[in-house]
Structures are given as structure tokens and as C-alpha cells.
Design a protein around this ligand. Structure first.
Ligand SMILES: O=C(O)/C=C/C(=O)CC(=O)CC(=O)O
Ligand SMILES: [Ca+2]
Ligand SMILES: [Mg+2]
Length: 401
């Protein structure tokens, strides 16, 4: 597929992708756009010019209204945008609605309804199980039977670029609990899916309902204070150790852009219960890349995730819990089997015992004030075209006291 837009070589934003976001230009009103090359196509502008159907979806500060419109609308919009961006006859009327990315202020793409975080990488769960519970089996007995998760704090999901203030809290010391800034501030590189179409209370959504409810995927950094977490989390799970901030990428990659990236997940043994069985393979050939202060420290492979997104969705609703537009469900930390494939510092440095030696001569056990973390990801698209997820970044600010 050829677009008349000049897409730089290696850009993950070719016409095969068309990820959705919300942007504003020079203090102007927010609007929905799709990324193409190093530009944003202004969908509200296209609609005003009569080039695109809009039922109040695009001159909006969030994607929620468009996401709730459902799959037939998502499909028709994608087909129309593809036609506009590939047909040379449309160029003259469409080109005025392309905004340079450098002029676009990217917002949180959707209002987050509920936020769930899973724990679906077997390598990650095994590695952190050994660190947090050295005297127990690394995988809890339920791990192979259900995708473990917890409910997080939707109101502290922030867009890429938002600074992260080092959290304060209680941590264990030899003399009892002490209060202060976390000494073990960490990241978690994850991929999340976003719900578009709600479901009714009392009605589970089966794995086969995934495509009808889920709009797309984003990158997630689930910032984690390991010392606060280790002291507070038993028996009810993560609380203040993770609720201070969770960052997401500004672009939502639609499911339709990920068809070529779909791959069989690792075999599941024991076979899951019937409600968790899935006819379609929803592993994704997607590689993450984590940079710390500009140095690449890891390449986590998403295809190794044990539990897939449709299984997570089916599990999260099997008790009848309803879905709302804007629900964000994150995969859990993405870690592969190799040392340089781990998705967080607690694994990469074995809880600080083996600090990273960065090429600039500095060492890192956990994050220090002023550190910047950047997570990117690329999936394989049709004919090998890269499908980019953009990036999620954040810089650590000192604790406020
Ligand atoms: O095993 C534990 O006690 C803790 C695990 C985590 O902190 C991971 C978590 O938040 C879920 C995930 O990202 O995989
Ligand atoms: Ca997490
Ligand atoms: Mg978090």
C-alpha cells in the first residue's frame, strides 16, 4: 500500500498503522488525529471539510466517544482514511489537514475508566517471585490457571512526558517501618489494551468477544516503588507502591493494524478452563525497547507473554463485572527469558545487587532523581512494514516533602 504522504524510512507510522491520538496545536482546541509519518492528520478538520463522517467523535478532547461507536464505525473510518491517504486524487484536499508532529501537543488519548494490571509474563513472575518470596515456589499455585491481576488507580494514569515525582511511603527497616522517599523506584514496561464498547453488568464477555469490545493497544509504564510495595502488599496486593503514577503512550494502535503481528502464544499446560480458551492466536510479535537516560537497557519480547489479551478480558468479566468505555487493561511487565529482555529494574539488577553499568560510566540499581525512562515498541506489519507504538517517557523528580 502506497501513501502520497512522505513517510520517513523506518517510521513506524506508515499507512498500515494509523494509530489514534488526541492533540492540540498552539493552544488550540483538542482534536482527534491519526499519526502518519512525522505528521498528524486532523480528523476534525477532515470532517469539517466534508471528507469524513463524524457523529461528534473528532472535535473532542478524548477518543472515548469514537471508541464507544463500535467496530463497524472503526472499520469504516479506517477504510476511508486509508483511501484518502493512498488515492493521489485526494491529496489536494487532505494535505491541508496534516499537522507536523513537532507542532502537535499530544494529550492523554482517552479518559481512563477503570485500570487493571495483569501479571502475565511467566519469566517476570518467576524472577520477581524468587526476589519477593525467596523461600516459596516462584510461581503461585494459581498462576498457570488464571491471569492474575489487580485493580489500579485510573485517576493517576498520565500521558507520556508527564514528570513522575518520587513517591514517599512506609518501608521496612531493621528497626521497624520508616517513612520517606522510596529508595527503590522502578519501571515496568507493559502493553495495555483499551475497551471501546461497554458490556452489561452480569454478562461475561467471552474470548471471542474481544474484537467487538476492544479498540486498540498502548504502551504502559507502571512505575513501581519496590520498597513500599514489599512492605504493604500482603495479603491484598499492590496499593501505594504503584498508584502514584502510570504512564501511557499518546497513540492507540487499532486492532486492525496488528493482524500481521498476531502469533501463537506459548503453549498453555495445564489446559485452561473452558472460559479461558481462545480460538484465535492473540500472541503479538511485538518487541519493546527500554532506554534509561538514552542508553538501551532491554528488549522485552511481547510474544513470550503466557496469558493473552482476550483471555485477560474474559477473565476480568467472567464474574459479570461490566466493561466501560476507556477501561485500560495492562499486560503486566513484559520480560523474556534472557537477561537483556527483562522489563523492570528489579529483574535487570536482581534487586540492586547487580547494578547496570551504563555506557556513560554511571551505575544504576534503581532510578535516581533526574533519570529519564523511554519505552518504545514495534510490531511487524504487512510485508514486514514496522507498526510503531510511539513511545512512553517520563523523568523522575525529587520527592516533595
Ligand atoms: O510478585 C509480586 O509480588 C509482585 C509483582 C509485581 O510487582 C508485578 C506487577 O505489578 C504485575 C506485573 O506488572 O506483571
Ligand atoms: Ca505492573
Ligand atoms: Mg502504576
Amino acid at each position: 500500500m502506497e501513501t502520497w504522504v512522505d513517510v520517513p524510512e523506518g517510521s513506524g507510522f506508515g499507512v498500515e498503522n494509523l494509530p489514534y491520538g488526541v492533540f492540540s496545536r498552539r493552544g488550540g482546541p483538542p482534536r482527534v488525529g491519526v499519526a502518519i509519518g512525522d505528521r498528524v492528520l486532523d480528523l476534525a478538520g477532515l470532517a469539517e471539510a466534508g471528507l469524513l463522517t463524524d457523529r461528534g467523535w473528532f472535535a473532542a478532547g478524548t477518543l472515548n466517544s469514537f471508541m464507544s461507536a463500535g467496530r463497524p464505525v472503526w472499520q469504516a473510518t479506517r477504510e476511508r482514511l486509508t483511501a484518502l491517504l493512498t488515492g493521489p486524487e485526494h491529496r489536494g484536499r487532505v494535505e491541508p489537514h496534516l499537522v507536523p508532529l513537532s507542532d502537535a501537543d499530544l494529550r492523554l488519548p482517552f479518559d481512563v475508566a477503570d485500570y487493571v494490571d495483569f501479571y502475565s509474563s511467566r519469566d517476570h513472575a518467576t524472577n520477581v517471585g524468587r526476589i519477593f518470596r525467596p523461600n516459596a515456589e516462584p510461581l503461585p499455585p494459581n498462576w498457570l490457571h488464571l491471569p492474575i491481576g489487580y485493580h489500579g488507580r485510573a485517576g493517576t494514569v498520565v500521558p507520556s512526558g508527564t514528570p513522575v515525582v518520587r513517591p514517599c511511603g512506609q518501608r521496612r527497616s531493621e528497626d521497624g517501618p520508616v517513612f520517606g522517599p522510596s529508595l527503590k523506584l522502578d519501571i515496568e514496561a507493559e502493553v495495555g489494551f483499551v475497551v471501546g464498547v461497554p458490556s452489561a453488568l452480569g454478562q461475561p464477555v467471552p474470548t471471542a468477544g474481544f474484537r467487538d469490545h476492544v479498540f486498540g493497544f498502548v504502551l504502559v509504564n507502571d512505575w513501581s516503588a519496590r520498597d513500599i510495595q514489599a512492605w504493604e502488599y500482603q495479603p491484598l496486593g499492590p496499593f501505594l507502591g504503584k498508584s502514584f503514577a502510570t504512564s501511557i503512550s499518546p497513540w492507540v494502535v487499532p486492532l486492525a493494524a496488528l493482524e500481521s503481528a498476531r502469533t501463537a502464544p506459548p503453549p498453555q499446560d495445564p489446559e485452561p478452563l473452558p472460559y479461558l480458551r481462545c480460538d484465535e492466536p492473540w500472541g503479538l510479535d511485538l518487541t519493546l525497547r527500554i532506554e534509561l537516560n538514552g542508553h538501551v537497557v532491554s528488549h522485552p519480547p511481547f510474544a513470550t507473554m503466557y496469558w493473552t489479551a482476550p483471555q485477560q478480558l474474559a477473565h476480568a468479566t467472567v464474574n459479570g463485572a461490566a466493561l466501560r468505555t476507556g477501561d485500560l487493561m495492562a499486560s503486566g511487565t513484559v520480560s523474556g527469558p534472557e537477561r537483556d529482555q527483562r522489563g523492570c529494574l528489579i529483574e535487570l539488577t536482581r534487586d540492586g545487587r547487580e547494578p547496570l553499568e551504563l555506557p556513560d560510566g554511571r551505575r544504576r540499581a534503581y532510578l535516581e532523581d533526574g533519570d529519564t525512562v523511554r519505552i518504545q515498541a514495534t510490531a511487524s506489519g504487512p510485508g514486514g512494514a514496522p507498526i510503531g507504538f510511539g513511545e512512553v517517557t517520563g523523568t523522575v523528580l525529587p520527592a516533595s516533602r
